[in-house]
Design a protein around this ligand. Structure first.
Ligand code: MLT
Length: 200
């Protein structure tokens, strides 16, 4: 498989597998506790971002904070979707719900826009638009939860609003909530995402 990763098999039958996508400087171990809290018993597939920025793993290159190398965004989103297909075959799992934080949310959004069939739903925690002019996607009712921080110094509110509008225009069912939070996750993120996942 193309990405270093951790895989935790399901212990229950109720929830779809989660594809856990970490933020800049994280790795394949970081989000396993979050995944277990969000969907107890679900299979967890957790790849490490294949790009390094000053030694910190990420899922695509950027030119500066918030300024993305969009050719690399496209390349890496396709690589991630290929990894998911290969992992599904290797581990015998259904299409996962992506749960991405920060840079991981941005690659999850790009994957949703470019390879929508790879995912069965998406939780975007502190996402921003990964592509300035995304190609039209057919999201046909795909469910997306977006949780933004009202005091997030990294993600401009207009940018995340634009992403929500794009996904809706493409046919996704988007639940976008803005929490009284900064870029870091809060207990409210966990509670809302857990409830959203259990209602899928
Ligand atoms: C990104 O580069 O994807 C965003 O700036 C989020 C981050 O990683 O800080």
């Amino acid at each position: 498989l193309s990405h270093a990763h951790r895989f935790v098999p399901a212990t229950g039958r109720d929830s779809p597998p989660l594809l856990l996508l970490h933020g800049t400087g994280g790795d394949e171990n970081d989000l396993l506790p979050l995944g277990a809290a969000l969907a107890p018993g679900a299979a967890l597939l957790s790849p490490r971002g294949g790009v390094l920025e000053n030694g910190m793993p990420r899922f695509f290159r950027r030119l500066a904070e918030g300024v993305f190398d969009e050719d690399d965004v496209r390349l890496q989103a396709n690589r991630l979707a290929d990894f998911v297909e290969d992992a599904r075959e290797a581990y015998g799992i259904a299409a996962p719900v992506a749960v991405g934080f920060s840079n991981g949310a941005n690659i999850a959004a790009a994957t949703l826009l470019l390879r929508p069939r790879a995912l069965s739903g998406t939780v975007l925690l502190r996402a921003m638009s990964p592509l300035k002019a995304p190609p039209p996607a057919r999201l046909d009712g795909t469910r997306v939860l977006m949780l933004s921080g009202a005091f997030d110094p990294i993600v401009p509110a207009a940018d995340v609003g634009g992403l929500a509008a794009t996904l809706k225009a493409d046919g996704a069912v988007v639940d976008h909530q803005t929490l009284p939070a900064a870029h870091g996750l809060t207990q409210a993120d966990v509670q809302i995402a857990k409830a959203w996942l259990s209602a899928l």
